[in-house]
Write a protein of this length. Structure first.
Length: 400
């Protein structure tokens, strides 16, 4: 495949847009990358601050299932460019990867900045032209209207790739200001909603001591979904990767009601019967808290959560208490705002795209990344999907 004499406009310098640029420029296309921020890859760098989770090492079938309703949409894309290809891409750029104990894949440097620098250097070497501080303001066929430092410009191309991001982290450039520009062209966009986010809990004042504390080794249950791990008690409620993995199910429950319960199994490695048997041991003159610490090894934060979430009558009933320890109801009042979420659901409806991710209503205009209405948990699934979609579009353009 060759892209000789083909000009491509890519609007948005995140992972999806940069991956498309990489493949297209390597094939000889003339690629122009327009980014409204001063530099590209800002959200990519933010993700790398706590350890850049590139992808996950689980088998492809399990990996694909993490995309919920969009699993069918993602399946063919991941077979073409999935976790193995992400690792090879990182290795080619000098960011050798390793698999962590959780199965997540990271570059050995852990940070995103060395990988991004190497990537940009390769793109420039392949002839990509970067246009920072250029705001997308509209489309006319395959001509892109932009507002740059020198005023309004129009760039024509053989194909346009829109990779403008979702609606989270607006200070990094993702604020969904492109939505009306596409809806006025007849493109259906679903409302953005927070995903991979924290939830609000109306804590009593006595919980203030535990704000910022980690509740370790628990199992969280939301409807039929569950996840084992840790979570953090915050001033507004709860947060952490284990909570994020259940955010979709909790969001659905909160849309059906103004509040919902997240069940917390404080002792996932013990059965209810074993807990009840331990609680039945004589405690003499010891307080209940001391007894719980001694026979169940509950730490201070788990004890505080237990006392916070159950009625005092439960604490004096061994059967009811052991049941509560295996399914402690934490009442969630709502989700954190969209701008605080790690990612979002919503965006351009997948039905608006053909098999190449080109818009039915706008020939030669392709859409990739968090602009599209799909979601996935944290753990490498978000970044892999963006890279996969960018690669798919690039190869589709070259085939055409």
């Amino acid at each position: 495949m060759t892209g000789k004499n083909v000009t491509i406009s890519i609007v948005g310098g995140g992972p999806a847009g940069l991956m498309a640029a990489d493949i297209l420029s390597a094939a000889g296309c003339a690629v122009n990358i327009f980014e409204k921020m001063p530099t590209v890859g800002r959200k990519f760098l933010m993700a790398g601050k706590s350890g850049l989770n590139l992808t996950h090492s689980e088998d492809l079938q399990a990996f694909n299932s993490r995309y919920f309703e969009a699993a069918d949409f993602m399946k063919r894309l991941l077979h073409a460019f999935g976790p193995a290809e992400v690792c090879r891409w990182a290795d080619e750029l000098g960011a050798e990867t390793f698999v962590g104990s959780s199965g997540m894949v990271f570059p050995k440097a852990m940070k995103g900045s060395p990988l991004l620098r190497a990537w940009i250097a390769r793109l420039k070497q392949q002839g990509c032209a970067f246009y920072p501080r250029h705001q997308f303001v509209g489309l006319d066929g395959s001509s892109v209207h932009l507002l740059g430092p020198q005023g309004s410009i129009v760039k024509s191309a053989d194909a346009v790739i829109l990779a403008l991001g979702g609606a989270t982290w607006p200070r990094l450039g993702s604020n969904a200001d492109w939505v009306p520009l596409l809806t006025e062209k007849g493109v259906s966009c679903n409302e953005f909603e927070p995903s991979n986010c924290g939830f609000t809990v109306n804590w009593s004042p006595k919980m203030q001591t535990f704000f910022g504390k980690v509740v370790k080794n628990v199992r969280l249950l939301a409807g039929t979904a569950s996840k084992k791990g840790d979570f953090v008690i915050s001033a507004y409620g709860i947060e952490g990767s284990t909570v994020y993995r259940l955010s979709r199910d909790l969001r659905v429950a909160l849309k059906a009601s103004t509040r919902t319960s997240l069940l917390v199994d404080l002792m996932p490695d013990w059965s209810q019967g074993k807990i009840a048997k331990a609680l039945g041991k004589p405690r003499g003159k010891k307080s209940l808290s001391t007894h719980l610490k001694r026979v169940l090894k509950l730490d201070a934060v788990k004890l505080a959560l237990l006392y916070e979430c159950v009625d005092s009558s439960v604490m004096s009933d061994i059967s009811a208490l052991s049941k509560a320890i295996k399914g402690l109801p934490v009442i969630l009042e709502g989700m954190r705002p969209l701008e605080e979420a790690i990612s979002s659901a919503g965006g351009v409806a997948l039905s608006e795209l053909d098999e190449n991710l080109m818009l039915h209503k706008l020939p030669h205009v392709y859409v990739a990344g968090e602009m599209l209405d799909w979601e996935a948990p944290t753990g490498g699934y978000l970044l892999t999907a963006c890279l996969s979609q960018g690669a798919w579009i690039a190869r589709s353009i070259l085939q055409r």
